[in-house]
Ligand binder design. Structure first.
Ligand SMILES: [Zn+2]
Length: 206
């Protein structure tokens, strides 16, 4: 698996790029901002993007999907429960003084049990709501892209529209912390971590 990342936008989202080593086909996850930086990273990796995917619908994760959709002519994929955030993208972001693209077209909805394929690679999809109702986690052996469910030393906010603290804790305990301790976790913001490190040190899991 080719894996790289770039921190984008004022809220410092981890935009992730994954691709198949044999076919060079790949995906971009959470392109919230910095179109130029993402295009440069994809060029440097010498891959062809076949799909743009969001861990969830918050504007800082999907703000530049439309620009990249037009650049590459590829589909955009998200969980249906976050469609209202896609539709309200410009309104929600401008309320905070942040500029985004117009809402992208959603070409495919994903849910628990679906998979995401590019080249010879396949990611499993687990629904992990609570921070956002449509937050999904992408899994491949030893790795989990979790969106804003859990961070190194913290957990996702639950004071937003569609958030629910009990649902978030259930997602964390039943879906994320159920993974082996050496599983690498890639949160939507901040440093990468592991399940074991969070089990030992995350104050919200006590
Ligand atoms: Zn979020």
């Amino acid at each position: 698996m080719i894996f790289d990342s770039i921190v984008v936008g004022p809220l410092e989202v981890n935009c992730l790029v994954l691709a198949c080593e044999e076919t060079r086909k790949g995906i971009v996850i959470d392109p919230g901002d910095n179109v130029g930086g993402i295009i440069d990273l994809v060029a440097k990796l010498n891959i062809v993007v076949v799909e743009i995917v969001a861990t969830h619908g918050h504007f800082d994760h999907i703000g530049r999907v439309k620009s990249l959709q037009e650049e590459w002519g590829v589909p955009f994929t998200i969980h249906r429960a976050d469609l209202f955030m896609v539709e309200g993208l410009v309104e929600i972001a401008s309320f905070l003084g942040i500029q985004t693209d117009e809402p992208p077209t959603v070409d495919r909805f994903i849910e628990e049990g679906d998979t995401l394929s590019f080249g010879n690679e396949t990611l499993d999809i687990v629904h992990t709501p609570g921070h956002a109702p449509g937050n999904v986690t992408f899994l491949w052996p030893g790795h989990a892209i979790v969106g804003d469910v859990i961070f190194a030393g913290s957990i996702g906010r639950t004071d937003l529209e569609g958030s629910d603290p009990d649902t978030l804790m259930r997602s964390i305990r039943e879906k994320v912390m159920a993974l082996p301790d050496d599983t690498r976790l890639y949160p939507g913001h901040g440093p990468f971590t592991t399940v074991g490190q969070e089990r030992e040190t995350n104050p919200f899991l006590r």
